[in-house]
Design a protein around this ligand. Structure first.
Ligand code: NAP
Length: 313
């Protein structure tokens, strides 16, 4: 590809406007060529289409799409894009099921295009320094606390508590994307409890326990009903003291009290994602790590399902 990557942004909701549009505007290697949304607003000066079929019919030259729709509808749009020979950037989670992501991955390989299963939290500034610190530490325990107020952060997003919307795993999978990146060994779920409101098809809270081959205990507390102070924290006890990642990975505190990274939540994550996407498009490779999604699927397989009071937004 000679010039910049001509990209269409699909699903013009919160994350598309808040993060994708500014990150693309700041990236000289990517140009926003079209937006696609049934009801959402486009971007001034950029061609806007109602759905991917209208975009295809327009004949506009596109190299890549970034899909910012809810997970339930992402596979079908991604499959249409791959069939056009367009590179595909998937918002997290990369799909509503493991099988559909495997199928998209195979289709992308067969078409010779790049598929990117993005995990924005892995691009938080504290994550790579935490990984480096933990690479040669003896890890004794990991405690994840991801408690946020669904009414504050997801107003009007009814899809989250519908089947395939992930419920509290919509934010929780961000924590799992970090933990799977910073820990030096793979781990697996041992037991879990998932709280389903009596009127919802997805969990509003979950408590998970994991272990690895060496018996490391990892626990996670995800809750969408948190009012007051919000928590997106990962605490790792090691033989060298306590490492803490706060604010979804934006702020890292090492055992000696130093803070190698301290920035606002989400700051720089999407520019990092688009740098990575451009890199794999130019290299004609894909980047599809399903480990965080697999842990969520395992929580549904292994967890006990509890019914709790109905959720009314
Ligand atoms: P959102 O505000 O509800 O936006 C989703 C957009 O997708 C909507 O504007 C909608 O546009 C489109 N859409 C909805 N239902 C659709 C359907 N059935 N078919 C086709 N398009 C549909 O959600 P969001 O917060 O941006 O989240 C979208 C994705 O980004 C999720 O996977 C989420 O996990 C991820 N994400 C969100 C955040 C965040 O802070 N909100 C952060 C990181 C990642 P139209 O109705 O106009 O087509």
């Amino acid at each position: 590809m000679s010039g910049p990557i001509r990209l269409a942004l699909i699903g013009m909701g919160k994350i598309a406007h808040d993060q994708h549009v500014p990150a693309i505007a700041a990236d000289a290697d990517i140009v926003l060529t079209a937006t696609v949304s049934r009801n959402g607003e486009g971007v001034a000066g950029v061609a806007h289409f109602r759905d991917i079929d209208d975009l295809i019919a327009s004949g506009l030259e596109i190299d890549a799409v970034a899909l910012c729709t809810p997970p339930q509808v992402r596979r079908a749009i991604a499959a249409r894009a791959i069939a056009q020979g367009w590179h595909v950037f998937l918002e997290k989670p990369p799909g509503a099921t493991l099988a559909e992501v495997a199928q998209l991955s195979a289709a992308a390989d067969a078409a010779g295009i790049s598929l990117f299963a993005s995990w924005h939290s892995r691009y938080a500034p504290g994550v790579e320094p935490a990984r480096a610190f933990l690479a040669d530490a003896e890890i004794r325990s990991v405690t994840v606390t991801w408690r946020e107020d669904i009414r504050v952060w997801h107003p009007g997003q009814g899809w989250i508590l519908e089947a395939g919307g992930f419920g509290v795993f919509d934010p929780g999978i961000n924590a799992l994307s970090i933990v799977t990146r910073i820990l030096p060994r793979p781990f697996f779920i041992t037991d879990a409890e998932l709280d389903f409101p009596s009127n919802c098809a997805a969990p509003i809270a979950a408590r998970l326990r994991f272990a690895d081959d060496l018996g490391l205990a990892i626990s996670a507390d995800f809750d969408f009903r948190q009012e007051g102070p919000q928590s997106w924290d990962i605490v790792v006890e090691t033989d060298r003291g306590t490492l803490t990642l706060h604010d979804g990975g934006a702020r890292l505190v090492l055992p000696d009290g130093s803070e190698p990274s301290h920035s606002a939540a989400l700051h720089g994550e999407y520019s990092g994602l688009y740098r990575r996407f451009a890199e794999i498009v130019h290299a004609r490779t894909s980047d599809v790590d399903i480990a965080p999604l697999r842990h969520v699927a395992d929580a549904f397989l292994r967890g006990e399902r509890l019914t709790v009071e109905p959720f009314i937004e």
